[in-house]
Structure formats: structure tokens, C-alpha cells
Design a protein around this ligand. Structure first.
Ligand code: EPU
Length: 434
């Protein structure tokens, strides 16, 4: 287990480029297996999740070849194996996404329940119900899904909630299904749209309507194509929050205004400044930081992944801020470690700050009140999930004294050379390998 030693506080200053989006890369590589022809990708992030994704694809028959810096070719002439190896499935949440290529090319899929972040129960019932509606036979035994289909049929699916991966999974399934598929109440996150664009380049026919319905006409076959992976807007926003929280000044190359609209509004309300350029966004503090209320929701709302780093920023703002998390019921697992660092954050099981959400009567502590400003102090902390890990790093850079952050492998899953990157921006960070 690697450890990061951080001595703060330091304002982050300079320039940094965001890598390709983790949550796009994994779905695009999976979608490429819908064809036997090669697909080539650029802007592939050099992160742990790329290695895990490649390993899962290769276990099922894909050949992944690095073709240059951040460039990858994926070719899957055959899919001889129906089962995702259990040892790989537990490492991220991708295994259930293998249903589409496996069912279309093999007719059978054996998929162990997924791993991934500890931010809630994260069921896959929407995925499986969608496949059932498309004609697949689904059985679950000892946390393994056994799914079979003699080709999938178009269906009219309404998701109970606009799940990102369920939408992506059913989009992939629908491209080669017989007839037309409607995916209603779908997620329209930029990563989902990026996948739809890639599938269209492969030959799929996909429309979407203003009421968040995807309509897919099944085609007989898809072909190889090439695609540039979109920059990671989760990382871009995390860096923006870090620049303002630490009182620094960062140019984040690859940050796109259009994908960060709601984040930028919240940042401005808090007292953060930003300047949009053609190739990125500069983030800085424009005055005293003020408290605000934010509510996470589906796109185009304030993303759930933005809230942990934003909470650190709110610890530095004057007054009482409210965060209402409506996407994942246990997203505040990171708070106890921030409290150890001196953050004044209280959690509530009620819906604070405005609207009622589906977690209102669940007993889950999904609202937070953050009082500030508080002088954070260094502490010993361990990383429970990817985004929480980056949040601790920002907090440690803001905090006075030494922080020791354990379990850094989780961070490496989603961030390229995070310690070196932050060191280049002025942070005092050392990695210790145990
Ligand atoms: N849900 C169900 N049943 C399902 C699917 C989802 O009840 O079958 C519920 C979830 O429990 C949750 C809500 O629907 O309450 C939304 O979950 P969603 O499916 O949208 O999340 P996800 O697809 O599992 C992706 C990203 C997350 C990101 C969310 C929200 C990937 C691999 N993960 O998760 O990213 O937070 O969408 O935008 O794409 C991360 O990168 O660290 C990360 C957690």
C-alpha cells in the first residue's frame, strides 16, 4: 500500500492538463468489442482503470495494442470466452457492461457482481431488467449473473432513475438488437453522449429527444472506427475547486466550459474566479469565499463527483453551507476523515436546502452542513474511494502541518501521476512505497 506524505498549506499554482475521462474510456473500449474490426483511441488516460479495463477486454478475446503516446488500438476478432474473470470483476464496475458485446457475439455472459467505489449499494437491477425486456434470460446465483440470449430484441425501457451506466449498457445492447429500442428517463451525461457518438461512428443509428429518451434503430453489424476520448470533467472540476480552496491560481488545460456550466456557477457564487480560454480554464480566488447551498443531481445539474472536493472548498468559506446529495445515498463517507482534519461538517438524514429526494425517508445521511472558515490541520487518513481520495489530497494541501494519506492505489485508478502533478503545482508531496 503506497502512502502520500503532504506538508501544507500551499496554494496550487501553474498549469496542468486533464487526461482522458476514466468514465468514457472504459465504456468506449467495451463498445469497441461490438465489432470484430479494429477501433483506435487517442487521449487514453494512463491510469489504473485503463489497465483493469484492458485486462477485462483481453480476457474476453480483445487484443489491445499501444500505438503511440496515449493511443490504443483494440481489436476483437473473436469472443471465445463468456465469463468475466472474478478477480478482474471486483476491481471496478465495468463487468456488467460486458453484457452487450458478450450477448451479441457469444450469446452467453457470466458476469460476477461488480466492485468499484464504496459510495452506496450500487445495484445493477436497471441493467438486468433492461436486458430481460430485450429478451435475455437472466439468473443470479452467488453474486454471479448468468445471462443468455439468441440475439436481443428492441424494447421500450423506462429507467426508474437516469442511471449513467444503465443507459450506456442498454445503448450498446440496442445498437445490434432486432428492431427499435426506446430508453426513456435516460442519463444524458456528456460521457453517455460521447459513447453514443462513438457508436454512431461505428454505424449505429441513435437519436435522442429533449425529454431524455434515446431511440436506437438496431443495425445488422457495426464496424471499426477511431475516437478521441473526451477530457475528464470530474478531474477538471476537482482541480478548479483545489485552486480556489488553496488560494492558488491554476490553468487547467482541457477543461471545457460546456461540460462544467453548473460547477462554474457554483464556483462563482462561492467567490471563485475563472477565465475561459479556447484550450482550457484558469481558476483562481476572486475575493472572500462565501457559503452557498448546492444539490447534486443528474446532468446538467451539479455532479455528485464534484461535491467531495467542493466540500473542502466550502470549509474555507465564511458561513454555513449546505450540500444535498441526491444521487448516491452514502456519498459522504469521506466526511469523518475531514472532521479529523478540523472540518466543521455535520451530516443529516433529511433533505436539506430545498427539494425532497428519494433518500428522504431512507435514514441515509445524505445532507451536510459545512461551517467555515476552518483552519484545517494535517492528519493520518485512509482513502475509502477514488473521489474521496482526491478530496483528502486537496484538504491536506490546504491544511497546516503533515498529512499521511494511506491506500493511494485507489487514487491511481483515476488520476494520472497525481503526486507528481500536484508537486509540479507547488505542493509538498512525497510518495512512500511500503
Ligand atoms: N441505480 C440503481 N440501479 C441500477 C443502476 C443505478 O438503483 O441498476 C442507482 C444507483 O444506486 C444510484 C443512481 O441510480 O443511486 C445513479 O447511479 P448511476 O448508475 O448513474 O451511477 P453509475 O453509473 O454507477 C457513474 C459513474 C460514477 C458517477 C455516476 C453519476 C462510471 C463507471 N461511474 O456511476 O463515477 O458518480 O455515474 O454520474 O461511469 C467515479 O468516477 O468515481 C464515479 C463514481
Amino acid at each position: 500500500m503506497d502512502t502520500l506524505i503532504v506538508d501544507g498549506p500551499t496554494p496550487l499554482r501553474g498549469e496542468i492538463e486533464v487526461a482522458g475521462a476514466k468514465n468514457s474510456m472504459s465504456k468506449l473500449l467495451t463498445a469497441s468489442m461490438l465489432t470484430s474490426e479494429p477501433c483506435s483511441f487517442s487521449n487514453v488516460p494512463a491510469i489504473g482503470d485503463t489497465e483493469i479495463t484492458k485486462a477485462i477486454c483481453e480476457a474476453l478475446g480483445a487484443r489491445c495494442t499501444e500505438t503511440g503516446a496515449k493511443a490504443l488500438s483494440v481489436e476483437t476478432p473473436e469472443m471465445p470466452v463468456a465469463a468475466v474473470p472474478a478477480a478482474l470483476a471486483v476491481q471496478n464496475r465495468l463487468s456488467v457492461m460486458m453484457l452487450a458485446p458478450l450477448l451479441h457475439r457469444h450469446g452467453r455472459a457470466v458476469v460476477p457482481a461488480a466492485g468499484g467505489d464504496r459510495i452506496g449499494p450500487r445495484p445493477v437491477d436497471f441493467h438486468l431488467e433492461g436486458y430481460r425486456m430485450m429478451g435475455a434470460r437472466v439468473e443470479t446465483l452467488d453474486d454471479v449473473y448468468y445471462v443468455e440470449a439468441d440475439g436481443l430484441n428492441g424494447a421500450d425501457v423506462t429507467l426508474p432513475y437516469p442511471s449513467v451506466t444503465a443507459t450506456e449498457n442498454l445503448l450498446m445492447a440496442a445498437t445490434l438488437a432486432r428492431g427499435r429500442t426506446y430508453i426513456r428517463n435516460a442519463a444524458i451525461e456528456p460521457e453517455v453522449v460521447d459513447l453514443a457518438l462513438f457508436l454512431q461512428k461505428m454505424g449505429a443509428i441513435i437519436d435522442y429527444q429533449v425529454d431524455r429518451t434515446f431511440i436506437v434503430e438496431g443495425v445488422a453489424a457495426l464496424s471499426g472506427t477511431s475516437h478521441a476520448i473526451m477530457p475528464d470533467r470530474l478531474v477538471a472540476a476537482s482541480l478548479g475547486a483545489a485552486a480556489v480552496a488553496t488560494g492558488g491560481d491554476l490553468f487547467v488545460r482541457g477543461a471545457h466550459q460546456g461540460e462544467l456550466l453548473t460547477f462554474l456557477n457554483a464556483l462563482r457564487r462561492v467567490g471563485g474566479g475563472f477565465e475561459v480560454a479556447g484550450d482550457g480554464i484558469r481558476f483562481f480566488r476572486s475575493g472572500p469565499l462565501r457559503s452557498i447551498a448546492v444539490e447534486t443531481t443528474v446532468h446538467p445539474g451539479f455532479m455528485t463527483d464534484w461535491q467531495p472536493p467542493f466540500a473542502v472548498l466550502l470549509t474555507q468559506a465564511e458561513g454555513m453551507s449546505v450540500i444535498h446529495e441526491t444521487v448516491f445515498e452514502d456519498r459522504f463517507v469521506y466526511v469523518s476523515e475531514l472532521q479529523k482534519m478540523g472540518a466543521d461538517i455535520e451530516l443529516y438524514d433529511t433533505c436539506l436546502g430545498g427539494s425532497e429526494c428519494r433518500f428522504g425517508a431512507s435514514g441515509h445521511r445524505h445532507s451536510a452542513v459545512v461551517k467555515g472558515p476552518t483552519a484545517l490541520r494535517g492528519a493520518e487518513i485512509s482513502v475509502p474511494d477514488l473521489r474521496a481520495g482526491f478530496t483528502y489530497l486537496i484538504a491536506a494541501v490546504c491544511a497546516a502541518g503533515r498529512s499521511v494519506i494511506r491506500g493511494v492505489e485507489e487514487l491511481d485508478r483515476g488520476y494520472e501521476q497525481i503526486d507528481k502533478s500536484l508537486r509540479d503545482l507547488g505542493a509538498a508531496i512525497e510518495r512512500k512505497r511500503d
